[in-house]
Design a protein around this ligand. Sequence first.
Ligand code: PEP
Ligand code: MN
Length: 357
Amino acid sequence: MFVVMAVGATEEELNAVRAVVLDEGLTPHENRGGERVVVAVLGEGGPRIDRLADRLSAMPGVESVNPSNRPFKLASRQFHPDDTVIRVGDVAIGDGSFTIMAGPCAVESREQLLETALAVKAAGATVLRGGAFKPRTSPYAFQGLGLAGLRFLAEARELTGLPVVTEVMEPGQVEHVAEYADILQIGARNMQNYSLLMAVGRTGRPVLLKRGLSGTIEEWLMAAEYVLSSGNPNVILCERGIRTFETYTRNTLDLAAVPLLHQLTHLPVVIDPSHATGRRWLVRPLALGAAAVGADGILVEVHPRPEEALSDGDQSVTLAQFAEIAAAVRPLHALVKAQGRDEILSPTQLRVDGGRH
Ligand code: PEP
Ligand code: MN
């Protein structure tokens, strides 16, 4: 349930609403960012909720009390009607610009990372990616350089000025990785690792939350809700393809997720065409697809010599191919943006079902 305060409602009126919610054993959580203050009522309301809604509706300063028909609250557009804009240094993600995050799947050496970082920066990337801790399917595969990789990422940031996104795989690593990373990546395999989500939530550092291999949109938004409810409003959603019966591509890119998420949530949404396809030559068309459906950016794997890559070489584009992709997506994004945004539908107009959780 969301309590929408009237424009100009006083602090006393808001305090009174808060007190009534707390009195019911529930938790009020406010969004003060928009024109009106919105109070999300968090917790299991049970049968008392209708009576509470009536009581709150009658209170001075309350404009409306809206039921919430979805399990995610803080991630919902009902709670936060305006888009969330995440600022990392000079970069803004979700402000209508198209953020290009690029770099190697894994940091393999100082030279490989610095060469890639300089090239992607020159081609227009605004965030550098690179894994230091790698979640590999095989325990015998290259697992990443760990701490040395984080140090190289920090050096690449110094050199290029690009903020860095890198994966954190377990709660015990979070503080350590946060010392080096500007954005903490939660990998697809960890989308529902709730202790990890809460740990990155407590840092306040922006989080790039990848969609799980078989995560529904609702499960994904509930994962975001864990980060948000731990006190961290800075979540970027990353669609990276889901597991289907198709085998010609590594995963199946769910492009419809982008406009759908823009209705359901205020959080920025980016697309990873590299993991979505697993094929270098498919990255460009799907990066264009990302711009066409209104994504807030892309995350692309780039390697100076993909045939020598220690992970994900087949889907890594060369430095030259990356420059072409970056040059191609920008004008398309501008064209799509010039056509205006989709109208935001009301919860009743938006007839979608949640599914399992
Ligand atoms: C990655 O970004 O290199 C990665 C491991 O991605 P995902 O978690 O989407 O598989
Ligand atoms: Mn990868």
